[in-house]
Structures are given as structure tokens and as C-alpha cells.
Design a protein around this ligand. Structure first.
Ligand code: CTP
Ligand code: MG
Length: 166
């Protein structure tokens, strides 16, 4: 899951500049995505996921890691891009619910990346997904993700990278 977990914190650290929606508004009079979703964050964030995923692929040839399920460039790309597209989709629905940038939306904030990553995996790499993702693994992801999310955001807030601790 590292290629899905890395893009969000990288986007938070490296994001900024022109928002993806270009400052435009939806027909309800509110921003499409808001200023918290930038092209720089999207691309550098996905790049961060590709870097960690490539390191995982390189590590696969070492015997210590041979029992781990194998990543491919495609699985790594789908996890990284899916994580931030899930985050982007969530912001779209957040704005439709009249929640300001940075406002909390429990459950959605924690699982957006998992949903985005798995939607892309299922659409573009179903065979890999079915052969790699077991039921215990799926349960572990559901339990670990919100804990990591909370920990990473508290850390980001303490370091001054995030404006809010969620
Ligand atoms: N970020 C970015 N581009 C993205 C995703 C995130 O630049 N595609 C940066 C922004 O600076 C953002 C920060 O990472 O403020 C934290 O991300 P997140 O919590 O997802 O955004 P919020 O500001 O909380 O906005 P939203 O309410 O839309 O979730
Ligand atoms: Mg947020």
C-alpha cells in the first residue's frame, strides 16, 4: 500500500500554486475542488508514489522480500494515481456538501485514497488485484489506513506542513 500512502503527505508538503479547478465554480456557486487541490500536489504526489513503488519493485529481487506479493509498474501507478484521484473526488463531494477547504469529513477523509486506488486497480488491473489482494489483506488495509492517516496528519500539523491536524 506504500504507493497509495505516500502521495498524500508528499502533496501536502510539495503542493501549492494553481488549483486544478483554476479557481472555477460549480453550478451550485461553490468551488469545483477548491484551493487545496493543486496540479503541483497531484503530480509531485503521484511521483512520490512512483518513487517508493519503484524501490519496492527493485527490492523484490532480494530473497528477504520474496514472500511479498509482487508489484508491477502498472500496480504502482494505479495505486499512486488512484490515491490522489480519490482525494480529488472526495474534495468535489466535500464542496457539494458545502464543506470549506480543510473542513473535516469523517470516514471519507480516511478512506478516499483506498477507494480511489482500488477503483483504478479493479478497472485497469483486475487480474493482479484478484491474485494479490486477499481477504486478510483487505481487512488489514481497512484497519491500518485510518490509523496511519491520523498519525501522518498529526505529524504534518506538528511540523507545520498541514494547517489542520486531520
Ligand atoms: N494538496 C495539493 N494538491 C492535491 C492534494 C493536496 O496541493 N492534489 C496539498 C494542499 O496544500 C492541501 C494539503 O495538500 O491543503 C492537504 O491536503 P488535503 O487535506 O487533502 O486538502 P485540504 O486542504 O484539506 O482540502 P479539502 O477540504 O478539499 O480536502
Ligand atoms: Mg483535508
Amino acid at each position: 500500500m506504500l504507493p497509495a500512502y505516500v502521495p498524500n503527505p508528499v502533496a501536502a508538503a510539495a503542493g501549492g500554486g494553481r488549483p486544478i479547478d483554476g479557481g472555477r465554480y460549480w453550478r451550485d456557486g461553490r468551488r469545483i475542488f477548491g484551493d487545496g487541490k493543486t496540479l503541483r500536489g497531484l503530480f509531485i504526489g503521484i511521483g512520490g508514489g512512483l518513487v517508493i513503488g519503484s524501490a519496492q519493485i527493485a527490492a523484490q529481487s532480494y530473497p528477504v522480500f520474496s514472500s511479498l506479493p509482487e508489484h508491477t509498474l502498472l500496480s504502482v501507478l494505479l495505486l499512486s494515481a488512484g490515491a490522489l484521484l480519490g482525494d480529488l473526488g472526495k474534495s468535489f463531494f466535500k464542496r457539494r456538501r458545502n464543506l470549506e477547504r480543510g473542513a473535516q469529513w469523517p470516514v471519507a477523509d480516511q478512506y478516499d485514497l483506498v477507494i480511489g486506488a482500488f477503483v483504478l486497480l479493479v478497472i485497469f488491473n483486475l487480474t493482479w488485484t484478484l491474485s494479490v489482494v486477499t481477504l486478510p489483506m483487505a481487512l488489514a488495509i481497512l484497519i491500518i489506513t485510518p490509523l496511519l492517516h491520523r498519525g501522518a496528519n498529526l505529524l504534518g500539523y506538528a511540523l507545520g506542513i498541514k494547517e489542520v491536524p486531520w
